[in-house]
Ligand binder design. Structure first.
Ligand code: S3P
Length: 448
């Protein structure tokens, strides 16, 4: 589990042009959902391209503890023989979800309407993240919980014996909240309705439909109303997980700022609820082309070709935030190399991710001499037109995306950029180091 081992300090140094093909691992969001829905389905679900990052492995372990048979056949290839909707067994021990907010929140949703009790914990990062946003709607189904202040982990969730369907308007633009409610709704009779004001990633809805559940989304004056018909008969699926656009963002960013680079990233998931970063980068003048656009396993994918580019700062439309929420750290890193300022507003959710990502990026950028402006829900980075000093050790706070963002910067800064701990990278992008060095990036562990 990330954050439980000895810290792994790493340093990135100015690199020659990055070249080659980057095979990005499977999408983290889709991988969690494939394991959970597989576990809720009687029969054999076959998954290829599963992300074998620690977050997803922890979800797989949890599914086994709840009674599913979860087997690895080979690299990224897994089969899950599930227990059926409402069939989860009661765990005998505490479920440790490691660093994974998505894992713990979706699993809590999936068990909240079964007559079992489970206790959840995680690493220091996960134990500091708010769970009240999940527990509030899960109460509507009849579940109960006992946890620390603000519902923080460790906490015990007592699933509803006689679940009721719920109708809930989410106060957060959060796919985790939406997905927890929909997964809970699976074992409640009748219709569960979730209303979200802004459209967040829709992998759960797509995959639930793929498994045979009835899920309808309509646009209303209040936003998006998603209705799930409870107690469906799910049918096992074959799922090809697309490669993760949020992980692709790091080599893409590195190629944009390292002079003379040109890389190809095949088969990247480009679900419109996830691809906001690429739209933003195109507006900033990035040379990114989509080749071979197609649909695979219900998700749009394409091969991305990226060439080094001179970027210009822009104002990112705040309503784009949900479709690129995990990409603001790497965007703010790129913004430091752009000309002019990049304005990111409507991003207060960044404060409750694996760490406070506005604070973590702002502190590191400032230490390099980059001018930033920061507020509760905004970050403005004043670009330095390609000329960024580096020469710092950034604090990563058990946050994989902060770690990778600073390492990517160091490939193009005047002086190297170090990070205090690269351990968390394994949660989402376990092959980051080898993949980057394979493209020609100078990233090394400090003790080497
Ligand atoms: C995720 C949703 C997002 C995102 C996280 C993955 C998901 O969180 O930050 O990395 O798979 O549903 P929120 O839903 O809390 O915004």
């Amino acid at each position: 589990m990330a954050g439980h081992g000895t810290p792994i300090p790493m340093t990135a140094r100015k690199s020659a042009a990055l070249k080659g093909t980057a095979l990005i691992p499977g999408d983290k969001s889709v991988s969690h959902r494939a394991l959970i829905l597989g576990a809720l389905t009687v029969g054999e679900t076959h998954v290829t391209g599963l992300l074998e990052g620690q977050d997803v492995l922890d979800t797989g372990k949890a599914m086994a503890v709840f009674g599913a048979d979860v087997q690895r056949l080979g690299a990224g290839e897994w089969i899950i023989n599930g227990v059926g909707v409402g069939g989860f067994a009661e765990p005998e021990d505490v479920i440790d979800c490691g660093n994974a907010g998505t894992g713990v929140r979706l699993i809590m949703g999936a068990m909240a309407t079964s007559p079992i009790t489970a206790t959840f914990t995680g690493d220091a990062s996960l134990r500091s993240r708010p769970m009240g946003r999940i527990l509030d709607p899960l109460k509507l189904f009849g579940a109960q919980s006992v946890g620390r202040a603000k519902g923080m982990l460790p906490l015990t969730l007592v699933g509803a014996r006689d679940p009721m369907p719920a109708r809930y308007t989410s106060p957060f633009p959060s796919a985790q909240v939406k997905s927890a409610v929909l997964l809970a709704g699976l074992n409640a009779p009748g219709k569960t309705v979730l209303i979200e004001r802004e459209k967040t990633r829709d992998h759960s809805e797509r995959m639930l439909r793929g498994f045979g559940a009835q899920v309808e989304t309509i646009k209303t004056g209040a936003g998006y109303e998603i209705t799930l018909q409870g107690q469906p008969e799910l049918t096992p699926q074959t799922i090809a997980v697309p490669r993760d656009p949020s992980s692709a963002a790091f080599p893409v960013a590195a190629a944009l700022i390292v002079e003379g680079s040109e890389i190809l990233l095949p088969n990247i998931g480009l679900n419109p609820t996830r691809a906001g970063l690429f739209t933003t980068l195109l507006e900033m003048g990035a040379d990114i082309t989509y080749e071979n656009a197609r649909e695979e396993g219900g998700e749009p994918v394409a091969d991305l070709r990226v060439r080094a580019s001179q970027l210009r700062g822009i104002e990112v439309p705040p309503d784009r935030a949900p479709s690129m929420i995990d990409e603001y750290p790497i965007l703010s890193a790129l913004a430091a190399f752009a000309s002019g300022k990049t304005v990111m507003r409507g991003v207060k959710e960044l404060r409750v991710k694996e760490c406070d990502r506005i604070d973590a990026m702002a502190r590191g950028l400032e230490a390099m001499g980059v001018t930033i402006e920061e507020g509760e829900d905004f970050l403005i980075v004043h670009g330095q037109d390609g000329d960024v000093a580096g020469g710092i050790t950034a604090q990563t706070h058990l946050d994989h995306r902060i770690a990778m963002s600073f390492l990517c910067m160091g490939l193009a800064t005047a002086k190297p950029v170090s990070i205090d701990d690269a351990g968390a990278i394994a949660t989402s992008f376990p092959v980051f180091e080898g993949l980057m060095t394979g493209l020609g990036a100078q990233v090394q562990r400090d003790n080497h």
